[in-house]
Design a protein around this ligand. Structure first.
Ligand SMILES: [Fe+2]
Length: 244
């Protein structure tokens, strides 16, 4: 049976603020496999201060080979963590330069942590016009979504929301924890993801965060958020709203 699918994870070595070495990556990969994951779409930051797409692609290939050599059963897929306020984000969508998820029908994108995104719904619409659906990373950690009703507005505009499971256990502070629990109760999240940046997090709190998600969301939604829905997004399939 297939396992969990992680659509937000800084698993590639030496491309951003995630894994720094190949050994880090392999240790994270082992921890993910132990926790039930079988697929990861590593999501390096697509921002000028980090590695360009060519290097990220090369690292993805290298990590695939290293996983096979170490007999770690983890399948990798293409992905990146884009940024709402990056001009080229929208420009690139629909072109070969777009850094989309898996089959290309979705794009993982984060909002800034401490400043607003007034054009949020407009960006979601403009991405849709280019045939790409925004999967918004960890809204519970971002200023824009502290505004009451804004997360639901994004979903109504056609975006999907991705929970950082660590938010549920306070990894990013009390505010993010409260919002994560509220959005989860409202059924606003399509998927949960780890957003791992290193091997310590994988060992320290990820298991606890997954258990918290399971107890809060229930078995059915837990499996939908971690396995079935992210797998469908990778394949480019449409999800039913509030599925599971
Ligand atoms: Fe991230």
């Amino acid at each position: 049976m297939s396992g969990f699918v992680d659509l937000h994870c800084h698993l590639l070595p030496g491309v951003d603020d995630g894994a720094q070495t190949l050994e880090d990556s392999l240790e994270m990969a082992r921890a993910l496999v132990d926790l039930g994951f079988s697929t990861v779409a590593p999501s390096p930051h697509a921002r000028p201060e980090y590695a360009p797409v060519e290097l990220a692609k090369a690292r993805l290939g290298e990590l695939r080979e290293a996983l096979a050599a170490a007999a770690i059963p983890l399948t990798l897929a293409a992905n990146a963590e884009n940024y709402f306020l990056e001009d080229r984000f929208l420009e690139n969508l629909g072109t070969a330069a777009a850094r989309t998820l898996g089959a290309g029908a979705y794009v993982l994108v984060e909002a800034p942590y401490t400043s607003p995104v007034p054009a949020l719904t407009e960006i979601i619409f403009r991405a849709k016009l280019k045939g790409v659906t925004a999967l918004i990373a960890h809204p519970e950690r971002c200023f824009e979504f502290e505004r009451k009703g804004r997360a639901a507005e994004a979903v109504n505009a056609g975006a999907l929301l991705q929970l950082d499971v660590g938010s549920l256990v306070g990894k990013y502070g009390a505010g993010a924890k409260k919002l994560a629990r509220a959005f989860l109760d409202e059924g606003l999240y399509a998927v949960g993801a780890t957003d791992l940046h290193g091997p310590n997090a994988a060992r320290d709190w990820l298991g606890k965060a997954l258990a918290e998600l399971k107890s809060r969301a229930g078995e059915q939604a837990y499996v939908a958020m971690l396995r079935d829905s992210p797998a469908a997004l990778l394949r480019g399939e449409t999800l039913e709203l509030n599925d599971g």
